[in-house]
Design a protein. Structure first.
Length: 263
């Protein structure tokens, strides 16, 4: 017959695991998702941008939720932002080795072999398909040089959802100021739209979306990576995730102790 101590320990283990399961339900969909990926956004080579950022994407079926924060961008100017993917791409950010015209800067097309095509337009409202890739009036204008973005219920194809969940996609924020005049200007025209200067569409910040390492959690560099404060939802999800892992861990530890006692 098991001792009172063993029975008590087993009940505690069961209660801890039950609490962990309950917490998983209350935390939200991040832990019931098909995939959860994150990226640190860093300046694109040759962009002269001094900014940084963090992006997180939750994939559930053919729906995604995107949370992104960035700073150090050209203030008060629209910044197109996208998730990029192509099966043939390298699934990474470009380097100056991709600068095919050797002008010291990368345009969107030159970065294509590294990150692929636009598959999701991170607009604030309306359509999020590649068709809105240059919907300048629906992207953030980076007040004070910062972007704080969160949008859910973004529908994507099953192929795009799978690529994102597998860590094969890349987040790119566009818009630079090569001539340092505080606006998009200059004689060089955009490779995407000749009516726009290249500064308006050249990639500024980039980060490959990666899955969490086995046994680990996503932080995307942390909710305050590079001095950034992510949204309240991000912080709560990450804090909740830590609590969940702690609860599950304590329950598993107690169960092992109970098993040893029975032996």
């Amino acid at each position: 017959m098991r001792s009172t101590t063993t029975r008590t320990t087993t009940r505690i283990a069961g209660a801890s695991l039950a609490a962990a399961a309950a917490m998983a339900l209350t935390i939200g969909p991040a832990f019931a998702a098909d995939g959860w990926v994150s990226a640190n956004l860093k300046p694109v080579a040759g962009s002269e941008v001094k900014g940084s950022g963090t992006a997180m994407v939750e994939v559930k079926g053919d729906m995604i939720t995107v949370t992104m924060a960035a700073r150090g961008l050209l203030p008060d100017n629209p910044h197109a932002a996208h998730i990029h993917f192509a099966a043939a791409a390298r699934h990474e950010c470009p380097t100056l080795a991709d600068d095919t015209d050797h002008n010291g800067h990368l345009n969107t097309t030159e970065g294509g072999p590294a990150y692929g095509d636009i598959v999701v337009s991170l607009t604030k409202t309306g359509d999020t398909s590649p068709k809105s890739g240059l919907a300048i009036d629906r992207f953030s204008t980076a007040p004070g040089g910062r972007i704080s973005y969160e949008r859910g219920s973004i529908k994507v194809s099953s192929g795009v959802a799978d690529a994102i969940a597998k860590g094969q996609s890349v987040v790119v924020i566009h818009g630079v100021d090569h001539n340092h005049d505080g606006k998009y200007s200059g004689d060089a025209k955009s490779d995407l739209d000749p009516k726009l200067p290249t500064e308006a569409t050249d990639p500024a910040l980039c980060g490959a979306l990666h899955t969490a390492p086995a046994g680990g959690m996503h932080t995307g560099g942390g909710t305050v990576a590079n001095g950034l404060k992510s949204s309240t939802n991000d912080s709560m999800l990450l804090l909740g995730g830590g609590a969940l892992l702690a609860a599950a861990g304590s329950g598993a530890f107690a169960a092992r102790r109970a098993a040893r006692s029975r032996g």
